[in-house]
Design a protein around this ligand. Structure first.
Ligand code: SAH
Length: 251
């Protein structure tokens, strides 16, 4: 997967206060660039220690605008500005039920949990068991114990906790998966990087109207790892389920 440059892995050198200062500076910059306006999203970005969601060898780069590799076959933690890029147009807010596809590091789920608060709900689906393990450990260490982590194919969504007020797909797909649209509450919004015929990805906001009709709005060009499908078209994803011992045709 090309398209961005991964900085060289190295032993971490930065102190906790250096990270805290970089976090404050990053939030200031996002506000100045006009990417961050919601007070709740701002407070969440100030609170969640992004460095704790990053593999040790990339920890020093926590607040740089690069996606960083994570454990698993094809996972990255997205660059810092991508979280307000998704959550601002979504209008993520207190009390909402939020579904994320692609748990990755768990950072996006932690930020979302801060935004929706105790009255809301965060469900996050990850396809890769190694990546999910990493996310689970990060979230637990950071004290986020009520984020619902689902191992499975996010294309299918997670009907058990539907309907959702907001859905974010953090991997590139051809179209917003129809099961996700079905699990979105009328009046709800979903956001996803959609692959165009030219190979470019367009961050797209979908609004589901009260009558169920959908409207799409192209926002900006982005670059995400591809949404993969589980070859065995798994039945319903279950929370925290281990990977199946044998998968026909897998290697
Ligand atoms: N939101 C993440 C970044 C996600 S990177 C964060 O905050 O760190 C994209 C993730 O989507 C990867 O972890 C990848 O393994 C996962 N993924 C790819 N296809 C998937 C699918 N069909 N269902 C669920 N997760 C998927």
């Amino acid at each position: 997967m090309g398209g961005w440059i991964v900085p060289p892995p190295r032993a971490p050198t930065k102190t906790e206060s250096a990270h805290a200062e970089e976090r404050r500076r990053k939030v200031r910059e996002l506000v100045e660039r006009g990417l961050l306006t919601s007070a709740r999203i701002k407070a969440a970005l100030l609170k969640v220690r992004r460095e704790d969601f990053i593999p040790r060898e990339y920890r020093d780069y926590a607040y740089e605008e690069v996606p960083l590799p994570l454990p698993g076959a094809a996972a990255t933690i997205s660059c810092p500005h991508s979280y307000p890029l998704f959550y601002e147009p979504l209008g993520l807010d207190r009390g909402q039920r939020f579904l994320e596809i692609g748990t990755g590091s768990g950072y996006g789920a932690a930020v979302a949990r801060e935004v929706v608060g105790d009255e809301g709900l965060v469900v996050s689906i990850e396809l890769d068991p190694l990546t999910q393990d990493f996310a689970r450990r990060n979230l637990e260490r950071a004290g986020y114990r009520d984020v619902v982590l689902v191992l499975g194919d996010g294309w299918l969504g997670h009907a058990a906790a539907a309907p959702y007020d907001r859905i974010a797909v953090t991997a590139a797909c051809d179209e917003i998966p129809p099961p996700l649209i079905a699990q979105l509450r009328p009046g709800g919004r979903a956001i996803a990087p959609l692959l165009g015929e030219d190979g470019r990805q367009m961050l797209t906001l979908l609004t589901k109207q009260a009558d169920g009709a959908t409207r799409r709005e192209a926002l900006c060009e982005v670059l995400y790892v591809a949404l993969r499908r589980r070859e065995d078209a798994a039945p319903s994803p279950r929370a925290a389920s281990p990977p199946p011992p044998h998968r026909a045709g897998s290697h």
